[in-house]
Design a protein around this ligand. Structure first.
Ligand code: NAP
Length: 253
């Protein structure tokens, strides 16, 4: 890994949601331009070695700083070091962003209904997209569906409401739909593919998937992405290729 590809950035803040979930912000160099939904590659020195991981940017492309949302992977070389991060520390940031989970990839169908389905830290790219006025102008319905194991893992809930107010300005078609899979009392507690197969998600949202009007993005647990993709295909939705089709995905680790 060539270190010239990276710039060294300062940690400006660290917010801990739970023992294993935290967010941090970095200084943003002027050369780092990205589209909402893309990811950055962040590095830290572990001994003599630069270890690098991909992180979707939470911030909007218009922000002056860069925010990221991370889980602590037990015994992971990267995050077990990263979890001790404090303000003033420095991290390596690769100069170019990556990834195709962006709303600009959709040509057909035309934008109408947007579903953003994330598990865990896979929420991150959707927060970036929602901090763009264009997203709110382009879609009649926007449903943000966020699946976590327990209520304490539901990070960013207040921020989501703030974003909806400030960027959505009272957009009538927005719904935030949390799923808490290990709480049988939660309104929605089954896994995403099950909720799609049995129609519960659409019923809860009050909107049906429609191949002629649905854009649907999946981000998070790779097995969730795989199984949810199949459940959606069984409903007649297609993978987005060369601009056409309903489903766009990003595996998160
Ligand atoms: P997770 O296991 O991904 O669970 C988050 C949500 O996704 C839960 O609601 C979970 O439901 C659901 N889910 C899991 N598998 C699913 C599937 N096949 N279909 C549909 N939904 C599914 O939990 P996490 O806390 O985000 O991550 C857990 C572990 O993943 C971490 O400890 C770490 O090892 C690894 N991870 C690694 C990275 C990385 O960058 N290396 C990043 C994130 C996570 P259930 O409650 O039913 O399981």
């Amino acid at each position: 890994m060539s270190i010239e590809k990276f710039s060294l950035e300062k940690v400006l803040s660290v917010h801990r949601w739970t023992n294993t979930l935290f967010s941090f912000t970095l200084t943003r160099p002027a050369h780092f331009k990205f589209t909402a939904g893309q990811f950055a590659r962040i590095g830290l020195m572990v001994g003599e070695e630069l270890v690098v991981r991909a992180y979707s940017v939470v911030s909007s492309p218009f922000d002056e700083t860069l925010e990221f949302f991370s889980i602590v992977v037990p015994d992971g070389a990267f995050t077990s070091n990263l979890q001790h991060l404090k303000v003033g520390d420095e991290l390596y940031l690769e100069k170019n962003p990556y990834g195709y989970l962006t709303l600009a990839r959709y040509q057909l169908p035309l934008p109408q209904d947007l579903w953003l389905l994330g598990t865990g830290t896979g929420l991150a790219p959707f927060l970036s997209m929602l901090q763009d006025f264009e997203t709110w102008q382009n879609y009649q319905h926007i449903h943000l569906v966020y699946s976590v194991r327990t209520e304490s893992e539901l990070a960013y809930v207040e921020r989501i409401q703030e974003i909806a107010e400030s960027f959505g300005e009272g957009h009538a078609g927005f719904k935030f739909i949390p799923i808490i899979t290990r709480d049988p009392q939660a309104a929605l507690h089954d896994r995403l593919p099950v909720l799609i197969e049995n129609g519960e998600l659409e019923k809860f949202a009050g909107l049906e998937f429609n191949p002629a009007s649905t854009h649907i993005m999946l981000c998070g647990n790779p097995q969730m992405v795989e199984d949810t993709k199949e459940a959606l295909k069984a409903r007649g939705l297609t993978m987005n290729r060369r601009g056409e089709g309903n489903i766009a995905v990003e595996n998160y680790w």
